[in-house]
Design a protein around this ligand. Structure first.
Ligand SMILES: Cc1ncc(COP(=O)(O)O)c(C=O)c1O
Length: 428
């Protein structure tokens, strides 16, 4: 070691890797985790929409353990394996559209990278349209697609080219007097008129709810218009379901709410309950245009992760977790809207299923973002041992991402802690 390290925590890269607490976690079960000091915490984050089936789900653990006994790694470029085929079959059953091809990778960013590469090669076109406020990852290509905050891009220029951003459909922050759908679409048309010719566009890449951008729920008409626009200009529609997918919003995939189908869907986070895995789901007519060997990687589709992915979907189906997410989400938003009546700082409560947020504003202003209030609320929750995260371009939103099988009692506890936190923040 080149320097004396007093505290071993310093060895684990801060500060470029942000960290919201100083605690050290030890083990976890369901919606709760335990620190190395023996504290018990309620988790409203679940690894940022990853451990959707709750920590240590017995069926997921058993499947992973059984797979470990048989074989851990089977390089996808060398041979087929049964878990890869079985999970692909299940994924194609739950993803809307006639999907019949699945490529596995390890992370969300890798999935988006591969989706864009797939679209470029399939269309032989160079450009991608993404949206302001989007988060698609931190690798070199995905940070160029990401623009939810400058911290993800700052001091990394030059970024990958061929990427054009248009405003997202953000009903709460649409300029006064404008229709949210029409306004966002008119901006997209402007991008296609002023910055990139339509027949250079390989893909329109969109989150069905913006995640890091503030859990912004677009209109159904906006998503439908993107489908139509992609068809009109001969581009592919990539829907990034990395945070919103896998049951999170009360449907298997969030874009089911909009009655649209994508050409390519990216999935990661919740697909394997915490084992690293992502999937780029599409159709044969798109994948068949690719040159062999141009996509892939050493670890993509790890066998243990695949087994965990199969068990995740089975457990979610057997235990009605998607339905629970829809029901508990309604209950959560109703409680938050009740609270909102007494606190004008709560500018908007929004979300679908268990992907919900409160956007805080300064009372009496024209929706001036109130990041300090959001920070106080998070701080108060943390004091009461409930982990919850912020989001939003202005850091003025607080988001809820509980386990999809959260119980009524645990959600009531979370609502109670959050309500008290808002009360204390408003009084300070
Ligand atoms: C919508 C979306 N896309 C992509 C990513 C990147 O995923 P990863 O952190 O696994 O690379 C994220 C992560 O938060 C995300 O929310």
């Amino acid at each position: 070691m080149s320097v004396a390290v007093q505290d071993k925590k310093q060895l684990v890269v801060p500060p470029p890797q942000g960290r919201s607490t100083g605690i050290t976690v030890d083990h976890a079960e369901g919606s709760w985790f335990y620190t190395s000091d023996g504290e018990k915490w309620l988790d409203m984050v679940m690894g940022i929409a990853v451990v959707n089936t709750g920590y240590s789900h017995p069926k997921v653990l058993a499947a992973a353990q059984a797979q470990m006994e048989k074989m851990v790694h089977a390089q996808m470029a060398l041979f087929y394996n049964q878990p890869a085929m079985d999970l692909a079959e299940k994924v194609c059953e739950i993803v809307p559209g006639n999907m019949d091809r699945v490529l596995y990778a390890n992370s969300g960013a890798e999935a988006v990278e591969n989706a864009v590469k797939l679209a470029k090669q399939a269309t032989r076109r160079p450009a991608t349209i993404a949206f302001q406020g989007a988060f698609h990852g931190r690798t070199h290509l995905t940070m160029a697609l990401t623009c939810s905050k400058t911290i993800y891009r700052g001091h990394f220029e030059p970024l990958a080219g061929g990427i054009f951003h248009s405003p997202y459909c953000y009903p709460y922050r649409t300029p006064r007097g404008e229709d949210p759908t029409d306004w966002a679409l008119s901006r997209l048309d402007f991008v296609l008129r002023s910055q990139i010719v339509p027949d250079d566009v390989a893909a329109i890449l969109v989150e069905p709810i913006q995640g890091e951008g503030g859990f912004v729920v677009p209109t159904k008409e906006f998503m439908q218009a993107l489908r139509k626009k992609a068809d009109e200009i001969g581009a592919l529609l990539i829907i990034d379901e990395i945070q919103a997918g896998m049951g999170r919003t009360g449907k298997w995939f969030c874009h089911e709410y909009c009655d649209v189908t994508a050409d390519i869907v990216t999935i990661a986070k919740g697909i394997a309950s915490g084992f690293p895995l992502s999937a780029i789901v599409s159709r044969a007519d798109i994948y068949d245009k690719h040159s062999p060997g141009s996509l892939g990687g050493t670890f993509g589709g790890n066998l243990v992760s695949l087994a965990a992915g199969i068990a995740t979907i089975d457990a979610m189906r057997d235990e009605g977790m998607v339905e629970n997410a829809a029901r508990q989400g309604e209950k959560l938003r109703a409680a938050l809207r009740d609270l909102q009546k007494d606190y004008p700082q709560m500018g908007e409560v929004r979300g679908l299923g268990l992907m919900d947020a409160v956007e805080f504003v300064v009372p009496g202003t024209n929706k001036e973002p109130n990041a300090s209030f959001a920070k106080k609320v998070i701080g108060e929750c943390v004091k009461h041992k409930m982990l919850i995260l912020g989001c939003g371009y202005y850091d003025n939103c607080v988001r809820f991402l509980p386990a999809l099988n959260i119980t009524d009692a645990d959600l009531d506890t979370a609502i109670g802690i959050f309500s008290d936190a808002v009360k204390v923040a408003a009084a300070s």
